[in-house]
Design a protein around this ligand. Structure first.
Ligand code: IMP
Length: 442
């Protein structure tokens, strides 16, 4: 049974939640491997909308085992809220949610440090979600982080907390002039969270290994996107985790030899939330149209997303870094109203055109996008479920994008609900999951 990584190919918010939800019935396990409650994976089931932050989107399917891997950072209060909200809406968590002992905790001082650092960053402000994810990963790398396993060992937890509080309070007081924390103020609530979460905390790397050896199929659900990766993204305007397919191994303990493929998710256009470079960003009427039609407002923070044309330079890079076998293109229907549609095929910088994604911050900031322009299809694709049904111009647009990027398209999403989905015949998806069924070759 194949083990597949589903990874964002842009700056996040590509619609990974919906794609994971569509594919979940064909796998046994869904595992999150990085990020934290900075993510917001939206899944629409019938008339109900769910926004998942730390729990894998597979949880909405009864019988699917869901794992929060060691690469995730967990804010326990937020996770418990998320769990309770799901249970209240009839979603079962009994025996199907597993949390890694090695996952690091987001502590109350992390969001405080995140916000304090941002408030003093001036024009180098990243525009973080303010959830403390960056400082939590910083502590992990600095070897002072506190893990889920520590939460279950009161003495060790207190010891680590006391050490951290001394350091963090000094930082908060002397550098940021911000409020301090007390050990007792954190210990009480965190020990309560420990009691709540204990039944779910386990050695998930061992479980995954046993399940895979037993023939289970695992889907790795990435959060954020390739261009926000701590190593491969538009550093420093990134999140602090390994969002790319490689992170699926380090963030779960599943070795690369057990992973069989990678599916990249991209919108038919592009968005970014927060600061940082975005070469194909647009403003004005068309940007407003994309934002309104695509409901481009952060699912966690509500912030309006910056909008632009699809960036084939970035997608080619994502294909290379993640070893993508195929793309899923989401929100095609958002472009239905556009008179013309554009694909960014290069970055022009000081007279030179870059078709490979550059690594220099200055180029990302100052490059002019080079576009191919196509006339739009200007008819409704919303809700279409058959590739052959798509207007010719929409198919030509997708096929040209796929040609430039050098990777086939396996799925096209034409609306938020599960069924508004085209699985492309002959593509990687029906090969991996023959039970998926497919419609019309690309
Ligand atoms: P952080 O992850 O909160 O530290 O934020 C760092 C950068 O990543 C900011 O630009 C955020 O807007 C962006 N970011 C974090 N999570 C998401 C996400 O789930 N979708 C899109 N952007 C995100």
């Amino acid at each position: 049974m194949p083990n597949i990584v589903v990874v964002g190919a842009q700056w996040g918010d590509e619609g990974k939640g919906k794609v994971v939800d569509v594919l979940t019935p064909h796998v046994d396990v869904v595992v999150r491997y990085q990020g934290g409650n900075n993510a917001g994976h939206t899944v629409v089931v019938g008339k109900e909308k769910f926004v998942l932050q730390s729990i894998p989107s597979g949880i909405l399917h009864r019988g699917c085992r869901c794992v929060i891997g060691c690469g995730v950072v967990i804010n326990p209060a937020s996770l418990i809220d998320e769990m309770e909200a799901l249970v209240q809406r009839g979603v079962s968590l009994d025996g199907n949610l597993y949390i890694s002992k090695n996952a690091h905790l987001v502590m109350p001082y992390h969001p405080a440090l995140d916000r304090a650092a941002e408030s003093q960053a001036g024009k180098r402000r990243i525009g973080t979600t303010g959830k403390g994810v960056g400082p939590a990963y910083a502590d992990k790398a600095a070897r002072v982080g506190i893990r889920m396993a520590d939460l279950l060992d009161e003495q060790l937890f207190r010891e680590k907390l006391e050490f951290n509080i001394r350091q963090k309070n000094r930082l908060l007081r002397e550098i940021y002039d911000a409020e301090e924390f007390t050990v007792e103020g954190i210990l009480g609530p965190y020990l309560r969270y420990a009691g709540w979460l204990a039944p779910y905390i386990t050695d998930t790397a061992l479980l995954l290994s046993r399940w895979i050896d037993g023939g289970a199929s695992v889907m790795f659900e990435g959060a954020q996107g390739t261009l926000l990766d701590v190593d491969h993204g538009t550093y420093p305007f990134i999140t602090s985790s390994s969002t790319t397919a490689g992170g699926a191994c380090t963030g779960t303990g599943v070795p690369p030899t057990k992973i069989h493929g990678a599916l990249g998710i991209s919108k038919a256009y592009c968005t970014r939330v927060g600061g940082g470079p975005f070469p194909s960003e647009i403003s004005g009427e068309i940007a407003d149209l994309l934002r309104t039609r695509g409901n481009e407002f952060g699912s966690v923070t509500g912030r309006p997303r910056r909008c632009g044309w699809v960036d084939a330079v970035g997608l080619r890079y994502a294909a290379r870094i993640n070893g993508l076998d195929a793309f899923a293109i989401t929100k095609l229907d958002v472009l239905d109203a556009c008179e013309t549609v554009k694909i960014c095929v290069g970055y022009r910088y000081r007279g030179e055109v870059f078709t490979e994604f550059p690594e220099e911050e200055r180029i990302w900031h100052e490059a002019e996008p080079v576009y191919e322009e196509w006339s739009g299809w200007q008819s409704a694709t919303h809700g279409m479920r058959d590739y052959a049904e798509l207007p010719t111009k929409a198919r030509e647009y997708l096929e040209r994008l796929s040609e430039i990027v050098g990777v086939g398209i396996a799925l096209v999403s034409t609306g938020p609900v599960r069924d508004d989905t085209i699985i492309v015949a002959g593509s990687a998806l029906p090969r991996w999951f023959p039970s998926l069924g497919a419609s019309g070759a690309q």
